[in-house]
Each structure stands twice: as C-alpha cells, then as structure tokens.
Design a binder for this molecule. Structure first.
Ligand code: RAM
Length: 506
C-alpha cells in the first residue's frame, strides 16, 4: 500500500536539476575499438558542406547528460526538400563502431541512442526532445536534395545534473588517485539527476543497490542529504503489495514501484538507512523508516530453510550480487542477509528497541552458524554455494562482510582467492564490496591497489566516467547480449570517490 505521507515528504525534498551549456571541443574520427578516437584533421564542422553519406563526429571533450541542439543552414539553392539525418550519441567511442541492426540481446534496443529525424525547414535551430548521455555526437546525412548542401553552424548541449557543483568538497589526493577520484565524481555527478539514477543512458531509474553506493559517495562529495532522504522515503512510500521494497522505482509519469524484486537489494535498504543516519544524525527519519527496514529482514527470514540457510533459486535475478550470469547466488545472499542483520541490530540499539535487538541477534547467530556449518568447506578453505558447491569471489566477499568468519580467516581467504580458480567478478558493483571487505579485515594497501588497478584500468582505457561493467580479462563483456546497450556512466562505479576520500586521504 502506498504511503502518501512518505510520498509527499519525498517529493517535497526533490529539486530541479542544474543546467550548463556544453560546447564541442573538436571533431573526431572513430576507427578502432583499441585506439583513442583521432582528432580529425578535417576542417571545423561549421565550414563543412554536407551531402548524402557525409558524417561528422563531434566531441564534447567529456561525458555529459543533456539535451542536444544544433543550428543548421545551407549553401546553394533554397532548400526544396526536407533533410533526413541520422544522429547517434555515444558515451564511449566504441558505441559508434557498433550497429543497432547487429544487436539481438535481451535488453530493449530502444535504449540505443540513435535517431532519424526529418528537418523540414533549413535554416533552423533543431532541438531534440530526448535526454542523452554522451561525449560524442555523430550526425550523418541520409538524404538531401542535390540543390543544396547542409551546414552545421553550431552545436550545443544543455547539460543537466542534480549535483550542485558549488557544493563539491575538495579532495587532497596524489595525482593518480585524484584522477580516479575526479572520474568517480563525474560519474556520480552525471548519474545524479532528479533522483540518483543508475545510469543516465540506461536504465535512468532509481535502483536500490545503486542508491546505496551513490549515497556513500555523496556523503564525501556533494553531501546532498536531502536527495538521499527523498530516495529512502520513495522506496518506503511505494512498497510492493506484501511490504517488500522493490528493486527499483519509476518516477514518471507518476512515481511507481517496478515489479522486480531482488532479495539482496531489499536487504541493503537497511544498510542504506543506517548509513544515512550515521552521515546525518537524522533520528526522525530513522524512526519513520525503521519499520520498512525491519520488514525487509523479517520477510527475507521467511526465505530461510530449516537449517537457516537462504533457499536457492534458479529464477534469474532473485538475488543480484554481480552481473556474472554463471554465479550461484545462495552463499552471497546469505552473506548479504548477515550484513543487513548487523545493520538492523545497530538500528535496534540506536532506537533502544529491546525486542528487535534480541530477535535480530538470535537470527544473526543462527544464520552465521549455519553458514559455517553448511556453506564452509574445510578442505577447500572457502565458502561454497548452491547444489553444485560453486566457488566464487562474490560468495567469499559477502560472507566476509557478513562477519561469518574472523579477521584472520577472512584475510587468508582473500589472499588465496586470486589463485583459487573462483568464479570471477565482472562489475564495479561487486568490486565496491571487495574493496570494503579488504578494508574490513585490515588490508588497506591491498584495497588501494584494487582501486588503482581495477578503476585505474578503466582510466587507461580512456574512461571519462566509470562503467557499468568492466572485466579486465574481457573488456567488451556484456550480460545483455551486446555492448551497445552497456552503460558507461554507471552509479555503482563511483566507489573510488567514497573510499579514496574516506580512507586514503593523507
Ligand atoms: C542493471 C541496472 C542497475 C542494476 C540492476 C540490477 O540493469 O543498470 O544498475 O542495479 O541491473
């Protein structure tokens, strides 16, 4: 049932986005995925006279989110027919080398940022109504009368973001880390719109798992507590029919919960609420939203079997953890339950709720003992997941974060993991929790190395913002059946801004 008080509270906290005008810095030629786009030796676009088949790729010099507009004029006779243009917008130059027709994946191809438009009147100013996420814009003439040539006199982007640049806290990091931080902040900046979106290209929605990580980064950068608060109230205001918080929300045309449920995301609501309280001391919000948080634990507990292990499922997306499609999620989900139970216990302590304290304490130890009795494999020295006893990075990371083992065992597990043949991680999302696990068990310098190598790997590949997916072994991986729908500015990738500023500032 909708909670209208919560909904109104949330909506009253949301603010309009900030705008700035971005201008192109050059034209480029994109020829190969392995090379950076070459700055074109061609003349400035405003002096080009375009006819059928001509194409111009404009570079804005950085990643932006916004509304594209261009001023068109002509040379030759008065235009006697409309101009048909194809416009393509790309966050990453590789998107321009991929074709919409070649994509047959399971995520809708309508996310591909490509339009065909007729321009009936030239000269004119053409403003595209849709919002894009881009660094590059490609304009191609598909049809034009032979009596005139098209001139693109000017191009501009009305760039939007919910982040207030004047509020950004400075960082004091060395050069290498400061570059990684800058890109992470840009990622956060561009994913922040009216609410925290997962990615401004796709899905442009408020996802709970992404929100938690964005909020953490935001506490150390823009400190926009109202936006986090609004998002927490939105999830509480719009639960699924049984009280579970949905995995994501739509804002338009009216705020509404999606029909997707992800167990670990719902549990992370508890942690997101506790993080928010720790950042703000806002006791009123903690008190108002605690029931939503506690309910997520109580409902998840119903998914435990008799021995206190989360029941496995083969339904895709029942738990997320990472985008590795081969991942068995049982052990990881158990770890997330432990992790959120610790947070629920802390909330109960803060609120002096003795009943919840006792219940969650007991539940925590029952789940923890079960994990060590059933999922721990003494011979292998790892936690194994599912009927096939799968060994994965995600399972170890979440068990460690859930506190299933002591520091020494945790360190030992993390030390042996790289040579264990464990199923790998593919997203910055799970890498965030990997870094957190390393910090938890006192391995700070290893944590810093992960940031330098993993996020630094994207920097080396020319990232302006951090990506939804990055597997160094296979940089062009996609769980969607094609990289053209991958998002290259993705909320859950902004971790370095949080970790570097919180733990690694001298
Ligand atoms: C992807 C989204 C989002 C994530 C979900 C689980 O489709 O982009 O970031 O939270 O998956």
């Amino acid at each position: 049932m909708k909670n209208l008080d919560f909904l109104n509270k949330a909506l009253s906290l949301l603010k309009p986005v900030h705008e700035e005008v971005a201008k192109p810095v050059s034209t480029v030629q994109v020829e190969s995925v392995d090379e950076k786009p070459a700055v074109s030796p061609a003349p400035e676009f405003s002096s080009m006279e375009l006819t059928v088949g001509d194409k111009v790729t404009i570079d804005f010099g950085n990643h932006f989110v916004g509304y594209f507009g261009m001023k068109l004029s002509f040379t030759g006779s008065h235009p006697d027919a409309p101009v048909l243009l194809r416009l393509r917008f790309a966050e990453n130059a590789t998107e321009l080398l991929e074709k919409q027709e070649d994509y047959h994946g399971w995520v809708c191809s309508s996310w591909i940022q490509e339009e065909q438009i007729h321009v009936d009147i030239v000269p004119s100013f053409v403003d595209l109504p849709r919002r894009y996420a881009l660094r590059y814009a490609e304009i191609e003439v598909l049809a034009i009368s032979s009596k005139f040539k098209l001139v693109i006199e000017d191009v501009r982007l009305r760039a939007v973001s919910g982040a207030d640049n004047s509020k950004l806290l400075p960082s004091a990091l060395n050069e290498e880390c400061s570059r990684i931080d800058e890109i992470a902040v840009r990622t956060l900046h561009n994913c922040k719109q009216v609410v925290f979106e997962d990615g401004p290209k796709r899905d442009r929605r408020l996802w709970l798992g992404d929100l938690r990580l964005q909020a953490l980064a935001d506490y150390y950068t823009y400190r926009d507590y109202d936006m986090v608060k609004a998002c927490l109230y939105l999830f509480a205001a719009l639960p699924m029919p049984d009280g579970r918080v949905g995995a994501c929300l739509f804002l338009e045309p009216e705020p509404e919960v999606d029909d997707t449920f992800i167990l670990d995301y719902s549990l992370l609501y508890v942690n997101a609420l506790l993080d928010y309280f720790k950042a703000t001391d806002d006791m009123e919000t903690l008190k108002e939203l605690k029931d939503t948080a506690f309910l997520q634990i109580d409902l998840a507990a119903k998914q435990l079997d008799k021995s206190y292990i989360i029941k496995d499922s083969d339904k895709m997306g029942w738990a997320f953890l990472d985008w590795n499609l081969a991942l068995n999620r049982q052990a990881g989900a158990q770890g997330v339950l432990l992790y959120s139970l610790k947070a629920a216990f802390e909330i109960a302590v803060l609120l002096n709720d003795l009943d919840k304290k006792r219940v969650y304490d007991q539940l925590y130890y029952s789940c923890l003992n079960a994990a060590n009795e059933i999922l721990w494999n003494e011979k292998e020295g790892f936690y194994l997941s599912g009927a096939d006893r799968q060994l994965s990075w995600a399972s170890q990371i979440w068990m460690i974060l859930g506190g299933a083992c002591d520091r020494n065992r945790a360190r030992d597990i993390l030390k042996r993991l790289p040579d264990s043949g464990a199923l790998s991680m593919v997203t910055p999302y799970i890498h965030h929790y990997y870094v957190e696990a390393l910090i938890e068990c006192g391995e700070r310098s290893k944590a810093l190395n992960v940031i330098r190598e993993y996020w630094g790997g994207m920097v080396k590949m020319g990232a302006d913002t951090f990506w939804e997916l990055y597997n160094p072994q296979n940089p062009y991986e996609s769980p969607y059946g094609g990289t053209i729908v991958n998002s290259y500015c993705h909320a859950w990738s902004c971790a370095p801004a949080y970790f570097l500023r919180r733990y690694f500032t001298p």
